[in-house]
Design a protein around this ligand. Sequence first.
Ligand code: FE2
Length: 189
Amino acid sequence: MNEALERAFTEPGLRPLPDVVAALLRDVGAPPRLGAHLRAVHDVAVQIVDGPVFSNAGVDREAVLFGAATHDIGKVRFPGELTGPGAQHEPAGEQLLVRLGVDERLARFAALHGRWDRDRATLDELLVTLADKVWKGRREPGLEQKVAEVVAAATGEPVWAAYMRLDDELTRIADGADERLAFQARFPP
Ligand SMILES: [Fe+2]
């Protein structure tokens, strides 16, 4: 048992990862830093999908939360990408999840979380990427605009109104970024 990884799963302050994801991360020998990162991004994804903006937007809650909790699992194969740039972990993560028996529908987030600027990105995919930005306080106006457009299409409200509601919500969530960053930094890569 990797004690630091277990601490990353259980230290108070953030919502726990789904049990099935914690088990997968143990199986693949995830570095503690990766476990902590995935927990922080999952926590933010819960705040986003359970917030007021997405209550009528047709989000697949379980899929988004699974995607947020596993999106970087490919960094097990490319650990250099835990501390530096690189996108090799993206396809590797999807392959790893499929090999572990995860449905393609849920594994795809690992491959797609870095490619939000595609024409056919779904709202669920965009929300995983959004959580992966906002957890550390990063704001991405182009991504948020795209999310607001999809929400507006689902709710019938004007895009600017959806954008403003989203902006309020993300500003509130981004306020917790320093604590999440400090939490993640306590775990070794
Ligand atoms: Fe990430």
